[in-house]
Design a protein around this ligand. Structure first.
Ligand code: ACO
Length: 329
């Protein structure tokens, strides 16, 4: 990509709903066990919204925290991108609800659908607008209420997902948390591996779609699992090559939190220590587009990195979609 201005993450925030759904809670609903879920996924608990809360409610809280962290006013935002597969509704966009609630009166706003890769896609868009000089301040938020599209009678799927939101402010480079490169990929021929069949123009909501439970997320876990490991290994290797680095040179890898076995298997194949990959899946499960920005916020607030560290974001999700971003902390 042509380089104009550099782009930096200047503010970070996240928000998790209070209600905790533990593995033990599932044992009261389904034929499962804490041992199976922990061993097969690394997940111990996840958060879920209550009282009708929506993706925009979570996004607003995370966004306000990110704005506060960046020390900017809502009126300074040029664009809001909400990455989500659980928008409040299809029209208007969740980004527009965020725009109104935070008072971003000078911002454009739209939603981006790239499943678990949504945040990395949005970061690439933000960087491009900043680099071209077209915009000075972009707010991106990954926000998901996956509990609303989860089939709690499907034990192999429902144990994976949780709700949450993470937001970042992207502005012209200030020498910190610079978005050095981004890379995006997709393969629509594997669309069948993860889908929510009903509710769109192909299969509008009807009594039949409700009866067939087609308005819930469906995944082919085994196939996705293998593809996810291969993809993660390939993407990390490619990111190193594209940036004239060795995989060893990444000080930290922030992967989408899909399954601890996927992440650990990829680290093993790359001959990297497991602890190089940041993990919080034990506490939040898979929060799709929210998982990477929630992790960034924890790492930032916990001061787990040093200025100048090389950090690789790596995401993979439904579509299929995937992407990486190298951040110079
Ligand atoms: N409790 C107990 N047993 C279970 C459960 C459960 N919750 N779920 C499934 N099982 C059983 C199955 O019925 C099966 O039993 P059987 O052998 O008698 O048939 C056995 O456990 C093994 O099932 P598998 O599906 O083979 O289990 P696997 O080890 O593959 O784990 C899982 C399933 C966790 C879904 C895994 O495949 C996975 O994580 N897949 C990848 C998910 C992913 O890539 N996500 C990223 C994209 S997500 C996004 O974009 C939103």
């Amino acid at each position: 990509m042509d380089k104009g201005y550099t782009a930096s993450i200047t503010g970070v925030g996240s928000f998790l709903p209070e209600k905790v759904l533990t593995n033990d809670d599932f044992t009261r609903m389904l034929d499962t066990s804490d041992e199976w879920i922990t061993k097969r996924t690394g997940i111990k608990e996840r958060r879920v919204v209550e009282n009708g809360a929506t993706a925009s409610d979570l996004a607003i809280e995370a966004s306000l925290r990110a704005l506060d962290d960046a020390n900017i006013l809502p009126s300074e935002i040029d664009l809001i991108v909400a990455a989500t597969i659980t928008p409040d509704c299809l029209v208007p966009s969740t980004a527009c609800f965020v725009q109104e609630k935070i008072g971003a009166k000078n911002a454009g706003a739209f939603d981006l659908l790239a499943a678990c890769s949504g945040f990395v896609y949005a970061l690439s868009i933000a960087r491009s607008f900043i680099a071209s000089g077209a915009m000075k301040t972009v707010l991106i938020v990954g926000t998901e209420c996956l509990s609303k599209i989860t089939d709690y009678t499907d034990r192999s799927t429902c144990i994976l997902f949780g709700d949450g939101a993470g937001a970042v402010v992207v502005q012209r480079g200030n020498g910190k948390k610079e978005i050095v490169t981004t890379y995006l990929g997709s393969d629509g021929s594997q669309a069948d591996l993860l889908k929510l069949p009903a509710g769109g123009s192909k299969l509008p909501a009807s009594q039949a779609t409700i009866e067939s439970r087609s308005h819930y997320i469906q995944l082919k876990g085994k196939e996705l699992f293998k593809t996810a490991i291969n993809n993660m290994v390939d993407m990390i290797t490619k990111a190193a090559t594209d940036n004239n680095m060795q995989v060893e040179d990444f000080d930290m890898i922030i992967p989408h939190q899909s399954n601890i076995r996927i992440i650990e298997a990829a680290m093993e194949r790359l001959k990297q220590p497991k602890k190089k990959a940041y993990i919080n899946i034990d506490r939040y499960g898979n929060t799709s587009a929210a998982s990477i920005p929630i992790a960034i916020d924890e790492i930032d607030k916990g001061e787990l990195l040093n200025p100048g560290d090389s950090v690789l974001l790596v995401a993979f999700g439904g579509g299929l979609t995937w992407g990486t971003s190298l951040i110079k902390w």
